[in-house]
Design a protein around this ligand. Sequence first.
Ligand code: SF4
Length: 360
Amino acid sequence: MPGHRHQNAPIARKEGGMTEGTPALGLTASEFAAIAGTEPSTVAYRDLFIRHDDMPRELRRWADARNVQLRTLSKVKCERGKRSQKVLFGLSDGYAVESVMIQRRDGFTACISSQVGCAFSCRFCASGQAGLKRNLGRHEIVEQVVRLGPKVNRIVFMGIGEPLNNYESVLAAIRIMRDRDGMRFPTTGITISTIGIPKALARLREEHLGINLTVSLHATTQDVRDRLIPGSRKHDLREVVARAISWAERHNRIVTFVYLLLPGLNDGRADAERLARMLVGKPARVNLMRWNPVESVDLGRSADHQLHHFRQRLVRAGVPVVVRDTQGADIDAACGQLWLRDLHGLKAAQRMRTQYGAAA
Ligand code: SF4
């Protein structure tokens, strides 16, 4: 029946509890079918994901008649670098999140957010410093990708938030984006990047999603990891590694461990040797990264020779390793930086609108 809301359809509410409408980009194909009803319609499920600037009038009329909200984010600010573009999206309750689009040789990667703020307080990350405000809904996750445009052919959950700390919405969003009747995002083009919550990794092991997994390890001793990722103190480092490897074995994939080299903290010979012992012979590789400086975070950058020796020790032990460049550094694209610098963890969109004027 037209206008009928499926009982599982997500409902967005304005502050104060007023219903705004069903967010179109959080609908599964079956929820869409329940709303569309049995009457012949010129609107198909895939039309919901149409390029934002090209939404036909027919689609707008269809949505209005059924109290379906086609978009819920407003583009508040956009910064462009040489190969990257960072967008600050305002949410309907006044918060904001950022998404980054990075150009590769063969397409574009969307680096998207999963939460407003983050509970894990990583020392090197601006997002974690203001704490967790709320989870994003599945529609808010999908919309970031839709709004970045159809050139995006890879997605990484590497923006603001810890994706496995918003497990249900992140997985629901991935399923929506991959649906062959809808957005049809390539199966192997989605990467969850996590600090590695053991219970969530165990759950993820049992999902059949065809995604890639990246775990931010950053340390080879519990003590150093606890200092770098205070929110993860209760997670045993060895269990994090074991769960991630178990996921890789189960899915016949390779898990990537990200290791951010920090001088005097985790870039010594003993660190490299411990890391090699943990991963040798396992379906794992290491992405070695160097620090992309952030205002007000007191961390240094490892020297070239330190990076070289660390890498060589892993290579000699037989652990696959790549050194990643800090793409997006030209616009401060490390996670959360724009958000923290400009917003200080306050309700963002209102503040940004006052400052810059909304550009939805
Ligand atoms: S690096 Fe990731 S997990 Fe750590 S505080 Fe930032 S967003 Fe959270």
